[in-house]
Ligand binder design. Structure first.
Ligand code: SF4
Length: 447
């Protein structure tokens, strides 16, 4: 069972020296208990206590870093089964598999696509994170040659996929500085692959024909000295894969079953491209870590990254847009000026309806800490005085030749007071529902 703040406090020096960055040992203990601090921040605990507290405060799913530098990423480190219990820590990520038997044009095209695909949504850049190179040819030279080609066309971290340590060795030597994941040790080859991963200091994926065998290989690889392990559940296919992933996560969190205390790598083989996407989506929701696809079609990837973005945000912090002026559809000086709040869902609904109207519009987005219009008004954050201050600083007056501001229909009650606050501006009440915006904007006039 995890230690409480009080349990941890009893083991600290209790001198309240403040060198750990917080004023008291009790405050530090509370931070440790909530995993907001590392025990190494206190220079005065003994090695024994350090080891005990590190063990007790380690997340039940180990964090594993893949890649080095700008494109590196973490998987694992999770502490809860459900997002609303606290938050998920590291998002599930996805990548593409390239077989070393593919022709050169395919290898280059897939590697370039993995590097080039990027979507920007709610001010985050969303993209594939990894490229897997799979040894199908059985030739170490061919495998290393294809790894070279992939590296020449993408800076994303690699998953080196082969069962024979002799095939992997040359490629591992070439790219180990970029911390690839080696895939995968099984019941037959674990000894050789564990030695290879340990010597190179790389993470190692393990697999088994059943969950029992997977746990057994995980144990053996741990005993061989590999710390960073990624689990490859036996099943592919949506339903079976989901069952395996749930069992692994539950065993790690609820039973503290050490062999399953690692993040996962999954594949989406079997079925057509739509089925692969559906499988990836299910794995993204529960509890995939690294999800490997055979193709990266931007039109199919888009819903996957949006799904991931919605799941792997902190439920205690609403998703927010930056405060500012958002021109939609090349607005001019006689275009409508509307205001809304910076709750991302509100922004997307309102901006979507404005786009649908085809009426170029200036949309002012005001920072109210990510609350919706009515909630922000009730909380005193979207009120006449603050709106007037925001408009005054926004520089919208220099972009339009009229002074007509459209406010959301849900806060019609503030229109009079806002007009008094904003000398010279006419306040117009827009529709309550965003769905009525296209009709409203088509008949809007500044006068
Ligand atoms: Fe206490 Fe250690 Fe922090 Fe000093 S550095 S306040 S002894 S926990």
């Amino acid at each position: 069972m995890a230690l409480t703040g009080l349990d941890i406090f009893k083991k600290l020096p209790k001198t309240n020296c403040g060198e750990c960055g917080v004023p008291t040992c009790m405050a530090f203990a509370m931070k440790l208990a909530s995993r907001q601090a590392e025990i190494d921040a206190c220079p005065y605990v003994s090695d024994d206590v350090k080891a005990e507290l590190s063990e007790a405060s380690a997340p039940p799913v180990r964090k594993v870093t893949i890649g080095a530098g700008d494109y590196s990423f973490n998987i694992g480190e999770e502490t809860v089964l459900f997002r609303h219990e606290k938050t998920f820590v590291n998002p599930a990520v996805f990548g593409v598999v390239i077989e070393d038997s593919a022709d050169e044009a395919t290898i280059v095209a897939k590697a370039k696509a993995a590097q080039g695909i990027e979507f920007e949504r709610i001010e985050q850049k969303l993209r594939p994170h990894v490229v897997g190179v799979k040894a199908v040819s059985g030739s170490a030279e061919k495998f290393a040659e294809v790894v070279d080609k992939v590296v020449a066309n993408t800076r994303l971290p690699l998953v080196l996929m082969a069962e024979d340590a002799a095939v992997l060795k040359g490629a591992v030597e070439k790219v180990k500085a970029n911390r690839p994941l080696i895939y995968a040790a099984d019941a037959n080859n674990f000894s050789a692959l564990a030695a290879l991963a340990k010597e190179a200091g790389l993470p190692l994926a393990v697999k088994g024909a059943t969950l029992e065998e997977l746990a057994d290989v995980s144990d053996k690889v741990t005993a061989a000295g590999v710390k960073d392990i990624v689990l490859a559940p036996p099943a592919d296919g949506a339903a079976e894969s989901l069952k395996d992933l749930v069992q692994i996560r539950r065993a790690a969190l609820k039973q503290k079953f050490k062999p399953f205390g690692f993040p996962t790598i999954t594949f989406t083989d079997g079925g057509d491209a739509d089925m692969a996407l559906a499988t990836a989506g299910i794995q993204m929701m529960k509890y995939g870590g690294l999800i490997m696809l055979n193709e990266l079609d931007p039109a199919r990837i888009m819903p996957l990254v949006v799904l991931g973005q919605n799941i792997y945000t902190d439920p205690q912090k609403p998703m927010q847009m930056s405060q500012g002026i958002y021109p939609i559809g090349d607005p001019k000086e006689d275009s409508p000026v509307m205001i809304t709040t910076n709750f991302s869902l509100t922004y997307f609904i309102v901006s979507g309806e404005i786009e649908a109207s085809r009426v170029p519009t200036w949309l002012l987005v005001m920072d109210v800490e990510g609350l919706s219009v009515l909630t922000a008004w009730a909380a005193g954050k979207f009120v006449p005085e603050k709106i007037a201050q925001f408009i005054g600083k926004s520089e919208i007056a220099g972009k339009v030749k009229h002074q007509n501001l459209v406010i959301p229909g849900y806060v019609a009650q503030i229109s009079g007071e806002l007009e008094e606050e904003m000398q010279g501006w006419k306040i117009t009440v827009g529709p309550r529902e965003a769905g009525d915006l296209p009709h409203y904007l088509k008949s809007w006039s500044p006068n």
